[in-house]
Design a protein around this ligand. Structure first.
Ligand code: NAI
Ligand code: MG
Length: 331
């Protein structure tokens, strides 16, 4: 029995969460859910976008499923606070093209491993006389653990190559350390190829030869940008999942936000939330169950009959989820 924290959030967050849990009910694995609050509706009720209770519930559980929240300018971001509190130093974003979806390239399948805690997102910025400065923090500890995670991930998932992405020709010290540590770590993984590219070249290679990537590891800002480029390659926010992983916790969430423009219409594509659930099953060591769920979803996407309007269909969120569930049950 796994203990899960479920944070539906705002807008379409609760809609795609309901869809994912509906499917998970058909799993042979037992889950005990605890629902917790976060986001803007929560702020209106409690005065906090992420109450302490939510943080401690999440800390105590085996994994957290997170829908999406609405962030209002000036408010403290609930999800960023939660990632920090749980020390989720890895942001994992798969780039995979599924038949029946509006991808740009057929057969893409690689993963971006983004350092989630430092880099240019250190949060240290200050105004100067001329403008403002931001501090780019690269520590040996964080570089080592993210590079090690990338190689371990590659090994566990039968992937052959890890590519480090940096800009060490200009950022000689910060990215110099990142690149050197990457190759130090690589020496412990002779079964996996290693290579490194500059971030600008990588942005181009993602368009000119995206199939050459397998696992990519990079610092915070570059990872943020490249993973959105990756999302563009496989088409559509409704399809892109993510995992935030630390040594003791994992949080799984679609990349999309609360989509106020379609909230309440029951037309949100549940795929990103379902694929995030697959990533959670994988993280829990339930690889077979994760593969079954992914297969059920890909069957529905390939069929293209019971899919939401963003995929050219006319099904509601729950109709699509129910179709996935029916296939999941018989696999
Ligand atoms: P968004 O991702 O919510 O929506 C962008 C566009 O994609 C919209 O047209 C939306 O209808 C469409 N879309 C998103 N998810 C979809 C799905 N599952 N199915 C079909 N269409 C989908 O981004 P936006 O509009 O910039 O932000 C809305 C709110 O969400 C803001 O308050 C923002 O701060 C917040 N946000 C929260 C995130 C999170 O909870 N991690 C991430 C991104 C934004
Ligand atoms: Mg982003």
């Amino acid at each position: 029995m796994y203990k899960l924290t479920v944070i539906p959030g705002d807008g379409i967050g609760p809609e795609v969460m309901e869809a994912a849990l509906h499917i998970l009910d058909a799993s042979e694995i037992d889950f005990d859910y605890e629902t917790a609050n976060a986001g803007n509706e929560c702020f209106k009720r409690t005065g906090s976008t992420i109450p302490q209770e939510t943080i401690s519930t999440s800390k105590k559980s085996d994994a957290t499923l997170f829908g999406a929240v609405t962030t209002v300018p000036g408010q403290k971001s609930g999800i960023i606070t939660l990632r920090k509190e749980l020390d989720l130093y890895v942001n994992l974003r798969p780039v995979k093209s599924y038949e029946g979806t509006p991808y740009l390239f057929k057969g893409l399948d690689f993963v971006i491993v983004r350092e989630n805690t430092e880099g240019l997102y250190s949060g240290v910025e200050e105004y100067t006389e001329d403008g403002a400065d931001a501090l780019r923090v690269v520590t040996r500890m964080a570089s080592e653990r993210i590079c090690r995670f990338a190689f371990e991930y590659a090994r566990k998932n039968m992937r052959n190559k890890v590519t480090a992405v940096h800009k060490a020709n200009v950022l000689k010290k910060t990215d110099g350390i990142f690149r050197d540590i990457f190759y130090d770590v690589a020496r412990g993984y002779n079964d996996i190829k290693s290579e490194d590219f500059y971030v600008d070249a990588t942005a181009m290679y993602l368009i000119t030869r995206p199939h050459s990537f397998d696992v990519m590891v990079t610092t915070n800002l570059f990872g943020d940008i490249l993973s959105d480029e990756g999302a563009g390659l496989v088409g559509g926010l409704g399809l892109i999942p993510s995992a935030n992983i630390g040594d003791n916790n994992g949080l799984f969430e679609p990349v999309h936000g609360s989509a106020p423009d379609i909230a309440g219409k029951e037309i949100a594509n549940p795929s990103a939330m379902i694929l995030s659930t697959c990533m959670m099953l994988d993280y829990l060591g339930e690889t077979e169950e994760a593969q079954k769920l992914e297969k059920a979803l890909t069957d529905v996407l390939r069929e293209g009959k019971v899919v939401t309007p963003d995929l050219g269909g006319s099904a509601s969120t729950m109709e699509m989820a129910d179709r996935v569930k029916k296939i999941f049950e018989i696999l």
